[in-house]
Design a protein around this ligand. Structure first.
Ligand SMILES: Cc1ncc(COP(=O)(O)O)c(C=O)c1O
Length: 338
């Protein structure tokens, strides 16, 4: 029995309701970034060199450790197709595409389901797993696993694939492995989608040892990343862009703390308190909670399509304080109406 692995937050949007279901930065790309994207050369075939060099420099890595992809989603498919694990393991609850990609590639995947409060328990990961997918910070739990705990997962003969689509939600990218000096046994997957509000552009990248990068590249089609996407890659890798992302992460932390404080006061809510990303996860124990919230003007992401979560769990995007206050009041009322 598998949860619906291909269900995503956009399917939980309801026209006319306040969207707390989608976890992409709601304001979209800043003007300077949109201008760079619009200015891309559309006549020529895309040339990756500048973007790849910029990403390499941003993470202090050689260029041959960088693979640009059409979003993190393409990276999951490449890993599933190019690697031939004997025992792949996906640590849940987490974004479901890595498991979906493995299954679509005919690779069985075992699940490790972390119990509430969803901290990484190394003892639950089978010793013979030779490919382990883990998120950091994790969608939907918002938990960031300590970098040193993730490093303990690495061992000879095993690849640990860390999905860092939300890594820049943490000021200073604390817990990111993207700058680790030695990438042997480690694959880091990054995305421009979330922080930069670029879901429609399809751009991300993989940081891995050169032999893994070559194997993944061999599985890519020609020109997998468009010129506008490459322009975004180069533009967001500059020190000024990294500083802008950092400033956004600091504001986000403030707004998230406000939302968490409000939610703590709501009766019957079980929160994941260690939230670090642009969303929070909570359990109401009420199976029809989303319908009740719809009636009060809010769309949230259902939890139960994530393996390990039951109906009643919801993921809520962090927005401005006013929106969070209105949502908190609506949730209290929706729970009280039982
Ligand atoms: C944790 C996580 N990783 C990756 C992705 C997909 O990222 P991209 O848009 O770069 O394919 C998502 C999208 O929801 C996500 O939540």
């Amino acid at each position: 029995m598998h949860a619906d692995l291909r269900h995503h937050g956009d399917a939980d949007l309801v026209p006319g309701l306040v969207d707390l279901a989608v976890n992409v930065r709601a304001s979209g790309p800043p003007g300077w970034l949109a201008a760079q994207i619009r200015g891309a050369d559309l006549i020529s075939y895309p040339d990756q060199r500048a973007a790849r060099a910029a990403v390499a420099a941003r993470h202090g890595r050689p260029v041959n450790e960088v693979l640009l992809t059409a979003g993190a989603a393409e990276a999951f498919v490449l890993l599933a197709r190019a690697l031939r694990p004997r025992r792949a393991v996906v640590v849940h609850p987490q974004f479901t595409e890595p498991e979906a990609a493995l299954r679509a590639a005919g690779q069985p995947a075992d699940r490790v389901i972390l119990p509430y409060p969803f901290e990484l328990d190394l003892g639950l990961v089978p010793a013979d797993a030779d490919l382990v997918f883990v998120g950091n910070p994790v969608n939907p739990t918002s938990v960031a696993h300590p970098a040193e705990v993730l490093r303990e997962l690495i061992r000879p003969g095993r690849i640990v694939a860390v999905d860092e689509a939300f890594a820049d939600c943490l000021p200073g990218e604390r817990q990111s492995l993207a700058g680790d000096p030695d990438l042997s046994g480690l694959v880091v997957i990054r995305s421009l989608t979330k922080t930069w509000g670029l879901a429609g552009l399809r751009v991300g990248y993989v940081l891995a040892a050169p032999d893994i990068v070559s194997r993944l590249a061999a599985a890519q089609p020609l020109w997998p990343v468009s010129a506008p996407a490459l322009a975004a890659c180069a533009a967001t890798a500059t020190p000024a862009a990294v500083a802008a992302a950092e400033a956004w992460a600091v504001t986000l932390a403030d707004e998230r703390a406000h939302l968490l404080t409000g939610l703590t006061g709501v009766r019957r809510v079980r929160l994941v308190p260690a939230a670090t990303a642009s969303f929070v996860l909570l359990d109401t124990g009420i199976a029809d909670i989303r319908t009740r919230l719809h009636q009060r003007g809010f769309a949230v992401r259902r939890g139960e399509t994530f393996p390990g979560l039951a109906p009643g769990w919801i993921r809520v995007a962090v927005r401005d304080r006013g929106t969070s206050d209105r949502f908190t009041a609506a949730l209290a009322e929706a729970i009280g109406s039982s």
